[in-house]
Design a protein around this ligand. Structure first.
Ligand SMILES: Nc1nc2c(c(=O)[nH]1)N[C@H]1C(S)=C(S)[C@@H](COP(=O)(O)OP(=O)(O)OC[C@H]3O[C@@H](n4cnc5c(=O)[nH]c(N)nc54)[C@H](O)[C@@H]3O)O[C@H]1N2
Ligand SMILES: Nc1nc2c(c(=O)[nH]1)N[C@H]1C(S)=C(S)[C@@H](COP(=O)(O)OP(=O)(O)OC[C@H]3O[C@@H](n4cnc5c(=O)[nH]c(N)nc54)[C@H](O)[C@@H]3O)O[C@H]1N2
Ligand SMILES: [Mo]
Length: 906
């Protein structure tokens, strides 16, 4: 979303779905996982909208849709690519929107080569490192500047260490609130005829995604595909809009980012972004998962998507902002955002003379994502680990890998509501039964600290639609439970006390932090309100700032997260507003506060035509009021309020001043939404269909089977299965149930929920049940190269065999909520999956893999390993040699499981 539009969040809000003429829910089970928001889908349907659910399984979402389209897990790019091809071949695109608001007219460098020319690779691929050099993807004439200005490219003078660091660090999330920098405006051909303009490149690229090809790759019959194509194109244009809704059915793939890119291209061609009833609604998961990327728990970002500086080429603030400071669009103000952040963190210590303490920030030296960290734990390179608000021993792919890491630490801190598996692995990990681990030989000291839940503390959630909502403490936390804010505040306070007399320069960043917050109550609970105020920002006199356009780069403003600037405007906690819907417009701008600047639909300049008039009365949202000389409408305009539609920038203008009155995508350096991404992605400027890492079929389109830049972690405990073959013949996918929550810490311990879904199960079709002798209500063992788990069998027509290429493909559905602790117990679905990631955002492929299913319970003890070893041999995986291809095999030497314990040598 960030590289397509300039911000990583959902483009619209859930209530706006009521205005849609067609809603496609794909890669999401919205009715079960986002049931409250789903009411707006039902409202749209009541008003006559068509609702389509594209999902491997028939769910409660499908039951309420007009059409359910079952497809093979892992094939959505082909399906969406088919829709794009349908739009382009029939010239159904919203031409005026496309020419004015997207980069369709931009001319691309002649060095660029497409997957169509290179059998599945784009130009610039290096087989050795499995990474792309993206220079040839640039706009024409921009290659040299691209090299100098690319934030994620090693600088020419940087050495090998820097290059390695860049390749590992991941870049996709950086575009969360500002498109990747390109040098200004590209050459354009508004007639869209130039053979190297983006529009023509798209046309060629997607031409082979015909209805026939869609049928062969996805298993969706041609007629059904065309029904979707008709419904979507019929419901888009001046007078109608279509919305796309996705969640983790799309993100958890080795090409997850490119799935979303394909939807972005389609929605842009149809003119559905920035307009009511349109958009791409990324349904976010955990209560504040949007918040935890905005103010990130990610290794490669600072608040507001300011990139984490790199060790080798971001020595000074000047070097750091260099590639962005000259940019056009609002990201050109990055220095103001960064300096204000540094002022919020180091207050009076941050001055112009010391680079505003820029040197105090940590630096990136490579991939520090969680899966990499876990491998480093196994290798003995990590001593301590905080696990706060997650349960990786159940929730992360290849759960064994996680536990082997936990078992090799000096110390582990777990703060949770319940005694989760991550805290008890030393006691009941499945590896104890197989003999791969022994409690006596695990040296990890585990500190379990009880956490207060959201009802026991003040604070905000930032939800799906970028909306910050304040929650008040309802009850005092019982016993030793404390809020996370309490924990970090007092931990920091104590560390500072310990270091108080230190003269070591490396302690200065900690000692000089602004760490003064009012506290209250018996436990000295810090004020969450004061923290929010700091995040929102203040001027030199300590007055709250109204919004991010007021941020300055001279040290006179402090702001903890520039995109949240203004959430405490006028000294009022804007996130706590609760004006009833009946007392305001349907957009409800006075209900809580959305970033940026309380906008609910972003890029809403595009809801008006280039002259500033609504595209149609029916779809009016934000427009130019000629008399008042300003933008107005139902929402806060996502545009400079008084910049007229016919504004033309001066040559050489900077930041937002370089944007024209028709540049609706203000966070992009060229003001346009990107159909083609010339820079900012690690796996190609355009989406293209690749098979998942583990798949029963070849890539119908190219010799290159999987995403060539996917992130593989070669380790004996993380073997990858060969593609095709009969050993692991079935596709399997994992998902959630309404009655449980994620890794189970919040549901398996509750009697009511455990009663509703008492046991781990798998869903199979009647045809697969017959093929494998599986009995409804009986046991099945599901096997992969990692291990085998047992589950009750649910035989259901909700799962349907699909015809893919020349064969029938069966799919197995596995909910992933179970583990050994709590009231409702069972094996964890994540035991089965390998760790293999999307390179841009480091998300694991947990939605599409392959397995075998056999009747009966799984073997116990060492017999379990024998079963799995037998499967590996049959699959041709001699020893631990995996088959993760691009031809390469692994460097692993021992068989699975026998992992060295750093301190016991076991
Ligand atoms: N009750 C309840 N609600 C929840 C949660 C919960 O655990 N329980 N979890 C919360 C969290 S953290 C999140 S992230 C969200 C997730 O919300 P969802 O993404 O809706 O949840 P999932 O069930 O994981 O997956 C959605 C659907 O993707 C389908 N799918 C799998 N592979 C593919 C594929 O390749 N293509 C397509 N088109 N579909 C595919 C699955 O069959 C499933 O129906 O839900 C949130 N809400
Ligand atoms: N196979 C497979 N794996 C998946 C997925 C999938 O679809 N398939 N989905 C992925 C997704 S989208 C997600 S979000 C992850 C979730 O995976 P995890 O985050 O590992 O699992 P949760 O069970 O949500 O863990 C949250 C923990 O936080 C605790 N908690 C709740 N509130 C608080 C609090 O205020 N403070 C503290 N300290 N603790 C608190 C809860 O008790 C719970 O144990 O799983 C991922 N893994
Ligand atoms: Mo999630």
């Amino acid at each position: 979303m960030g590289t397509s539009f300039g911000r990583g969040g959902a483009t619209t809000f859930q209530q706006d779905l009521q205005n849609s003429d067609c809603i496609v829910i794909q890669g999401s089970n919205m009715a079960e996982c986002h049931p409250v928001g789903f009411q707006w889908v039902m409202e749209a349907k009541r008003r006559g909208a068509t609702v389509i659910h594209v999902d491997p399984r028939f769910t409660r979402t499908s039951a309420l849709a007009d059409a359910h389209v079952p497809l093979r897990a892992g094939s959505d790019i082909a399906f969406l690519g088919g829709l794009i091809n349908y739009v382009l071949t029939n010239e159904l695109d919203f031409r005026e929107y496309v020419v004015e608001y997207t980069n369709a007219a931009a001319i691309v460098d002649q060095e660029f080569q497409d997957t169509e020319d290179l059998d599945g690779l784009f130009s610039g691929f290096d087989q050795e490192s499995m990474t792309y050099n993206p220079l040839s993807w640039a706009y024409e004439g921009a290659r040299a500047t691209a090299a100098a200005g690319h934030r994620d490219m090693p600088k020419p003078e940087a050495g090998a260490a820097a290059a390695e660091e860049e390749a590992g660090a991941g870049a996709g999330e950086e575009a969360g609130s500002g498109g990747p920098p390109v040098p200004g405006k590209p050459e354009r051909d508004p007639t869209l005829q130039h053979p190297r303009c983006v529009y023509q490149i798209l046309k060629r690229h997607f031409s082979r995604y015909t209805p026939d090809v869609v049928e062969q790759i996805c298993g969706v019959p041609k007629d059904q595909f065309l029904q979707v194509a008709h419904a979507v194109t019929r419901s888009s244009g001046r007078d109608k809009t279509t919305a796309w809704v996705y969640s983790v059915g799309w993100t958890q793939h080795t090409v997850g980012v490119q799935y979303i890119r394909t939807a972005a291209i389609l929605q842009l061609l149809l003119g559905n972004i920035g307009r009511p009833g349109g958009g791409i609604l990324a349904l976010r998961g955990h209560a504040s998962i949007q918040g935890s990327t905005d103010i990130p728990t990610l290794f490669n970002l600072l608040p507001g998507y300011i990139p984490m500086p790199h060790a080798h080429h971001d020595e000074t603030l000047e070097e750091f902002v260099e590639s962005d400071a000259g940019s056009t669009g609002f990201w050109g103000n990055m220095r103001a955002y960064a300096v204000s952040l540094l002022k919020a963190w180091w207050g009076p210590h941050a001055t112009e003379d010391n680079d505003y303490c820029f040197g105090y920030l940590p630096r990136l030296t490579g991939d520090h994502g969680t899966y990499r960290t876990v491998l480093d734990q196994i290798a003995g390179k990590v001593q301590g680990y905080f696990v706060i608000g997650e349960n990786p021993a159940v929730g992360s792919s290849n759960a064994k890998l996680q536990r082997l890491g936990l078992a090799n630490l000096e110390w582990l801190v777990v703060r949770d509501l319940q005694m989760i598996e991550t805290a008890t692995f030393w006691q009941n990990a499945p590896e104890l039964e197989t003999g791969e681990l022994e409690t006596e030989r695990i040296g990890t000291e585990v500190f379990f600290l009880p956490a207060a839940s959201h009802t026991e503390k003040d604070g905000t959630f930032t939800n799906t639609q970028r909306l910050l909502q304040w929650h008040h403490k309802a009850v005092e936390p019982a016993g030793d439970r404390r809020s996370d804010l309490w924990f970090y505040y007092h931990l920091g306070r104590r560390i500072r006390q310990k270091l108080a007399t230190s003269t070591d320069p490396r302690d200065r960043p900690v000692l000089e932090l602004t760490w003064q917050y009012p506290t209250e109550g018996d436990h000295d609970e810090p004020s969450a309100d004061a923290v929010l105020r700091e995040i929102s920002g203040v001027d030199a006199d300590g007055n709250p700032l109204p919004g991010y356009t007021q941020l300055s780069d001279d040290g006179s403003t402090a702001c903890g997260c520039w995109i949240y600037c203004g959430c405490y405007a006028d000294g009022v906690n804007q996130t706590a507003r609760r004006k009833p819907g009946s007392e305001q417009s349907w957009v409800a701008p006075e209900w809580a506060w959305a970033w940026p600047d309380n906008r609910r639909i972003i890029y809403n300049r595009a809801s008006a035509d280039p002259d500033g008039r609504p595209w149609s009365e029916r779809k009016a949202y934000v427009w130019w009021d000629r008399e008042q000389g300003r933008w107005t409408g139902h929402d806060t305009p996502d545009f400079e309020a008084t910049k007229p539609p016919d504004f033309e920038p001066e040559p050489g203008a900077h930041a937002q001043h370089a944007l024209a009155g028709t540049d609706a995508f203000i966070m992009q350096t060229d003001g346009k939404a990107w159909l083609y991404v010339p820079t900012g992605l690690l796996d190609g400027p355009l989406p293209t269909h690749y098979e998942p890492e583990e798949s029963p079929v070849d890539n119908l389109l190219y010799g290159q089977r999987a995403n060539p830049a996917r992130r593989l972690y070669r380790h004996p405990a993380n073997p990858y299965q060969p593609r095709g073959g009969d050993t692991f013949p079935y596709v399997f996918t994992t998902y959630r149930l309404t009655e449980h929550h994620t890794a189970g810490g919040m549901s398996r311990f509750l009697p009511y929920l455990s009663e509703l879904q008492p046991e781990f199960f798998c869903e199979v079709s009647p045809e697969l049940a017959a093929e494998r002798d599986l009995e409804h209500g009986g046991w099945a063992t599901i096997v992969t190269a990692r291990t085998a788990v047992e589950a009750r069998v649910l035989v259901t027509e909700r799962m349907r065999p699909l015809r893919v290429q020349d064969r029938v493909v069966h799919q197995v559905g596995v909910p992933y909520h179970w583990g050994p602790n709590g009231i409702s117990t069972g094996d964890a679905g994540n035991e089965l999956l390998p760790a293999v990631l999307d390179p841009n955002v480091n998300i694991q492929e947990s939605k599409a893999s392959t397995c075998d299913v056999v009747p009966g319970r799984r073997p116990r003890g060492p017999d379990l390993q024998r079963l799995v070893a037998d499967y590996r041999t049959r699959a041709g995986m001699s020893g631990s040699t995996d088959t993760a291809t691009n031809g390469a095999t692994t460097d692993s030497t021992t068989t699975d499981g026998a992992v060295m314990n750093r301190r016991t040598g076991a």
